[in-house]
Design a protein around this ligand. Structure first.
Ligand code: FAD
Length: 385
């Protein structure tokens, strides 16, 4: 074990934290650098993707590292898509015929905290928070880290550097600057904003059906809601950036409320802080990142850093978790020889990543087009799965 390379992992998001468990369990010494403070010790900023849909490909990885029993405590099963039409009529489209064919709502902060705890409990993983990657010198095998509190920059050596620093990956940007080509980032002309349906009463904490992924499909825009354990729902509004119905269009509380009254009337009364959330919560951008080269010298990209996708299939994290299990499989196959592993990993994952990126974009277009005819919208399968 002691002859194994030391792993430098950039980004302690969902995917980086899970990979650090795999690597810690394999006996690697792993140092994880994360530019944000530790979410286990700070409050979560409002309006930043509070929950996600966890599906089979993600669950398999959590089972493989032996933590699924603990993860289960964080999950709410969602049996199907609950479609809300403009009159408030509901249609449940089950995800499968069998009761076990469900996907799950999970808290992002809860899951990432558990993953970090489990990584630390391997005894081989050290998280370094508030330390963001700024640069890499692949020839001298050094990387630079900026301490976000002091702005001090430290340059350190690495053996293997793994970039799991998300859609805006600094690792990827450094590779681009070094002349590695084949990266593309494409922004969607729609963005998103998170709102909240608070928990109801102690007797009836869930104000709408608990075990469903709620969708209000409306053509050029839509609303979705996923349940949280405390009875609240995280609601996400997807809308164009520009145009008559868009994030730039609504300037006042009255305009936002009138829009919801017309289009999402059954949910309006359930979001008491609608205007406050709408104007205070950030508007998040959405996009697709594709990479031809996932590795360069001893550097490897994975997760959103190499293949960020739009969220209309709810598969970004699931796909990143599958990256981790694939990397683990290849480390077994090549007896921890990283050089062939890196190439084989990219070869194994690239087509899958491109396929799910295309499907997510297609699904977004399909969801918009399928609802032009209001009658059609309830018959058409909306596949947020
Ligand atoms: P991230 O989660 O982005 O983590 C990257 C980490 O790197 C962050 O902690 C960041 O702070 C850190 N970092 C960034 N730069 C640096 C640096 N320079 N140095 C050090 N650290 C750095 N996926 C699903 O599977 N199901 C869903 O239901 C779903 N819903 C979504 C809804 C929305 C609105 C959005 C936007 C995404 C959704 N996704 C979903 C996608 C999912 O969020 C991502 O695929 C997932 O978070 C990717 O994980 P990651 O660890 O690769 O990247």
């Amino acid at each position: 074990m002691s002859s194994k390379e030391e792993i430098t992992l950039i980004g302690a998001g969902l995917v980086g934290s899970l990979m650090s468990i795999y690597l810690g369990q394999r006996g690697y010494q792993v140092n994880v650098y994360e530019k944000l403070p530790d979410i286990r010790k700070t409050t979560i900023p409002a309006g930043r993707s509070i929950n996600l849909a966890l599906a089979n490909r993600g669950i398999r990885a959590l089972e493989q590292v032996g933590i699924i029993d603990k993860v289960n405590e964080l999950l709410i099963p969602m049996k199907g898509r609950m479609l809300h039409d403009v009159n408030g009529e509901l249609t449940l489209q089950p995800y499968g015929r069998k009761p076990e064919e469900v996907i799950y709502s999970v808290s992002r902060a809860g899951l990432v905290s558990l993953l970090r705890d489990e990584a630390e409990s391997t005894g081989n993983v050290t998280f370094c928070f508030e330390q963001g990657l700024t640069d890499i010198d692949p020839d001298n095998k050094t990387f630079s880290i900026k301490h976000t509190q002091t702005n001090n920059i430290q340059t350190l050596d690495y053996d293997i550097l793994l970039g799991a620093d998300g859609a805006g990956s600094q690792t990827r940007q450094v590779l681009e600057k070094l002349g590695v080509d084949g990266f593309s980032s494409e922004l969607l002309e729609h963005s998103y904003k998170e709102l909240t349906i608070p928990a109801g009463t102690a007797d009836a904490p869930f104000q709408i059906e608990k075990e469903a992924l709620h969708i209000w499909p409306r053509g050029g825009y839509m609303l979705i809601a996923l349940p949280n354990l405390d009875g609240s729902f995280t609601v996400t509004l997807f809308m164009p950036n520009e145009g008559p119905v868009s994030f730039e269009a609504f300037k006042s509380k009255e305009e936002v409320e009138a829009f919801f009254k017309e289009q999402f009337s059954d949910v309006l009364e359930l979001i008491p802080s609608l205007a406050q959330d709408y104007f205070n919560n950030p508007t998040g951008i959405l996009g697709t990142v594709r990479s031809k080269n996932w590795s360069y010298k001893d550097i490897l990209l994975f997760g959103d850093a190499s293949h960020a996708i739009v969220p209309f299939h709810g598969q970004g994290m699931n796909c990143g978790f599958e990256d981790c299990s694939e990397l683990h499989r290849l480390l077994n196959q090549y007896s921890d020889d990283w050089s062939p592993v890196m190439q084989a990993f990219a070869d194994a994952r690239k087509d899958n990543a491109n396929a799910i990126a295309d499907m997510a974009l297609e699904n977004y277009i399909e969801m918009r087009d399928s609802v032009r005819d209001p009658k059609f919208q309830l018959k058409k399968q909306i596949a947020f799965k």
